[in-house]
Design a protein around this ligand. Sequence first.
Ligand code: AMP
Ligand code: GLY
Length: 422
Amino acid sequence: MRVLVVGSGGREHALCWAIAASPLLTKLWCAPGNPGTASVAENVDIGALDIPALVAFAQGNAIDLVIPGPEAPLVAGLTDAMEAAGIPCCGPSQAAAQLEGSKTFTKELCDAAGIPTALWERFEDAEAAKEFVRRRGAPIVVKADGLAAGKGVVVAATEEEALEAIEAIMVARSLGEAGAAVVIEECLIGEEVSLFALCDGEHALALGAAQDHKRVGDGDTGPNTGGMGAYSPPPALTAELEQEAMSRILRPALAEMARRGTPFRGILFAGLMLTGDGPKLIEFNVRFGDPECQALLLRLKSDLLAALQAACDGELKHFDLRWHDHPSIAVVLAARGYPAAPESGSAIRGLDRAAAVPDAQVFHAGTRADPDGTIRAAGGRVLTVCATGKDLHAARASAYAAVDAIDWPEGFCRRDIGYRAL
Ligand code: AMP
Ligand code: GLY
């Protein structure tokens, strides 16, 4: 198979790394990719949102399967455009990508399908939103309705904080048009986990779970980020709770999407809160998580490409996946200043030494390479340093040994990834 992966983060490097091991693969490209994907695929200089250029490339190179990493091209209609050109694409249509693109869409779907989630209300008027917050009190959650790259959510511990968030999002438009409306939600309390399923429109195959660490600082302090680290599997999600989440949350969502004539195909990512009343949905995403993907794929024994193709062909019903028993961990190395203002350009050395640490695997995210091969920081989240081990302690020791082998004074990471399970 001739395969094109779309995206340029640590998730896409991990996807390329796993797909490169498939016996089904004849040639792999990544658009636009990064210096890490260049080691397992051929990078193509086309941005992930340049849909016409991606389609032209796929046609010109007889691509058999397109695998989108991030949500933005899906929400912009990448799958529809590829399919109109006769090219299979393992992601949801623009209509189905609304599961991530619009919080209101997902909340209404939850209500229609009886999916357990936080109580919610949507406001297009800032004063009405503030009035609601004053009536409900804190803790309370304020979310921009549109796509805001993970920055549109404020979990407010106090009423004050919630009112400020409404002012910033709706009035000052700190997130642009994503803040034209807000969704205000009940604050769910519990352990948060990410559960993934591969979907073919009708069937959902559990892809395992991971726990992300969203705050920038140790002990879950500081601002929210795209994710500073993950480990898999999270013991908080027992096999029983995973079954419950699949049958009460993911499968009903899939059935409702099919019933509406917009079946969901691709990776469905359920952000769950394990509350005293069982798993409740925080949000859906229509793609793998980053860095959850990196942690999950280290544990996957089966051929990822075969699974993605089966999803595309509507043949997941009898598909089965095998996993390594060993847990895995992913530690994000970020550039100083992340998430507010990451510094670019510093040189990163010692990557070979890190890759030589037993059981470790380094994925690139925001990096670029000089002509002489020097790797430099070129983004907020710059590397994902991963490892497996006989238990989480061992995996963590290997991951941090690899982190410590990297010589990059301008970078930082959390030192406590996995602490909730240890
Ligand atoms: P999101 O951008 O929707 O992933 O939300 C960011 C984070 O906010 C989530 O990962 C949760 O930790 C938190 N969050 C979102 N909604 C709720 C809620 N209703 N109750 C508690 N925490 C929430
Ligand atoms: N790590 C969370 C996400 O990818 O949305």
